[in-house]
Design a protein around this ligand. Structure first.
Ligand code: NAD
Ligand code: LMR
Length: 326
C-alpha cells in the first residue's frame, strides 16, 4: 500500500462537501490503491454536524479511507496536507452576484492561507471553490508563505463541463464526443465559453453547430448557469460543483489525455495579455502535475474584448480585497 495522502477539505459540513467526501474516500480522485486521510475543517457551530458527516463516511466502508479528522483549528486541518479543497464560505442566494460575497468570504482565506503556509506539505495542491473563487485563491496564495504560487488554483471546471454538455445536447451527440472547449476569465458572468477549438465527434464545433448560437446563447447559458440553478433550486449548485472539484483534482493528479486540454483558473504568466499574477481561467494541459497554458491560439477582436472585460473585473475584485493582500 502507498503512504496515505492527507486531504484537507474546508466547509466539510456543507452541501458541496456532502457530495464530494464519499467520492474522495472511495478513491475516485487519487486512485483506488491510494489510501487517504480526510482532514475536515469547519467553523465551531458546525462541528456537531461534521461528526455526523464523519460517521456517514465510515458507514460507506470506503476502500481507501484510513482516518477522518474533524476540527475547527485551521492549522490542524491543514497539517501535512498534500491536497486541499477550499470550499468553506457562504454561497450566494437569489439576486446576488458571486462578487457580492467578497467581503464576507475574503477574510476566511487570509487565515486559511497562513495555515497552509505554516502546516501543509510544501508540495500541497490547493483548489479554491468558495466564491468569488479566483479572488479567494489570490488571497490564500498571498498568505501561504513558502509555498509556490503555482500550487494554487481556482475552479472553472464546472463551467467547462457545462459548456461541454451544452454542445453535446445541442448537436444531439454523446457528451464524450465533445472535446476541447475553453473557459476564459473569471468564474463569473464575465467568463466566456469558447467553442472555436472544440470538436464534436472529431469535427470542429463551428462546422456542426450554428455560429450565431455558439457566439450567443451558448455563451450566455454557460455564464448564467449558476444563477439558473439557484433560481430553480433555491440553493447553489452542489453535486455538479463537487463533481467538478473531483475532476479538477483528478486531472491535476493524473494529467490530461494526449491532444486534449481542460480549463483551470491558474496564476497568469502574462499569456494572452492577462496581467501576471491574476488568477484567470485558461486552456491548459497537465503532465506529471505540471500545468501548461495552451499557447498560440488566435483570439478574434471580439474575444479579446470579452477577455479584457473579465480581466477588468478580476482587477476590480483584487482592488476590493487590497486590505487582505498586505
Ligand atoms: P454551504 O453553505 O452548504 O456550505 C459551506 C460550509 O462552509 C458551511 O458548512 C459553513 O459552516 C462552512 N464554513 C463557513 N466559513 C468557514 C470557515 N471559515 N472555515 C471552514 N468552514 C467554513 O455552501 P456550499 O453550497 O457547499 O458552497 C460553498 C462555496 O462554494 C460557496 O462560496 C459557493 O458559492 C461556492 N461554489 C463555487 C462553485 C465554483 O464553480 N467555483 C460552484 C458551486 C459553489
Ligand atoms: C456555480 O457556478 O454554480 C457556483 O459558482 C454557484 C453560484 O453562485 O453560481
Amino acid at each position: 500500500m502507498n503512504k496515505p495522502l492527507r486531504v484537507a477539505v474546508t466547509g466539510a459540513a456543507g452541501q458541496i462537501a456532502y457530495s464530494l467526501l464519499p467520492r474522495i474516500a472511495q478513491g475516485e480522485v487519487f486512485g483506488k490503491d491510494q489510501p487517504v486521510i480526510l482532514q475536515l475543517l469547519e467553523i465551531t457551530p458546525a462541528l456537531k454536524a461534521l461528526e455526523g458527516v464523519s460517521m456517514e463516511l465510515f458507514d460507506c466502508a470506503p476502500s481507501t479511507l484510513v482516518d477522518v479528522i474533524c476540527t475547527d483549528d485551521a492549522e490542524k486541518g491543514m497539517g501535512d496536507a498534500d491536497a486541499v479543497f477550499l470550499i468553506g464560505g457562504m454561497p450566494r442566494g437569489p439576486g446576488m452576484l458571486r462578487k457580492d460575497l467578497i467581503q464576507k468570504n475574503g477574510p476566511i482565506f487570509r487565515g486559511q492561507g497562513a495555515a497552509i503556509g505554516a502546516a501543509a506539505s510544501k508540495g500541497v495542491r490547493v483548489l479554491t471553490v468558495a466564491n468569488p473563487c479566483n479572488t479567494n485563491c489570490l488571497v490564500t496564495q498571498f498568505h501561504a508563505k513558502g509555498i509556490d504560487p503555482k500550487q494554487f488554483h481556482a475552479m472553472t471546471r464546472l463551467d467547462h463541463n457545462r459548456a461541454t454538455s451544452q454542445l453535446a445536447t445541442k448537436s444531439g451527440k454523446a457528451i464524450a464526443s465533445v472535446k476541447n472547449v475553453i473557459i476564459w476569465g473569471n468564474h463569473s458572468a464575465t467568463q466566456f465559453a469558447d467553442a472555436s477549438r472544440a470538436t464534436i465527434d472529431g469535427k470542429p464545433a463551428y462546422d456542426v453547430l450554428d455560429a450565431e448560437w455558439l457566439r450567443g446563447d451558448f455563451r450566455s447559458t454557460v455564464a448564467q448557469r449558476g444563477k439558473a440553478i439557484i433560481d430553480a433550486r433555491g440553493k447553489s449548485s452542489a453535486a455538479s460543483a463537487a463533481n467538478a472539484a473531483i475532476e479538477h483534482m483528478q486531472t491535476w493528479h493524473h494529467g490530461t489525455a494526449e491532444g486534449e486540454h481542460t480549463s483551470m483558473a491558474i496564476t497568469s504568466d502574462g499569456s494572452y495579455g492577462v496581467p501576471e499574477g491574476l488568477i484567470c481561467s485558461f486552456p491548459v494541459t497537465v503532465k506529471n502535475g505540471e500545468i501548461s497554458i495552451v499557447q498560440g491560439l488566435e483570439l478574434s477582436d471580439w474575444d479579446k474584448e470579452n477577455l479584457q472585460n473579465s480581466v477588468d473585473e478580476l482587477l476590480s475584485e483584487r482592488e476590493a480585497v487590497a486590505d487582505l493582500l498586505k
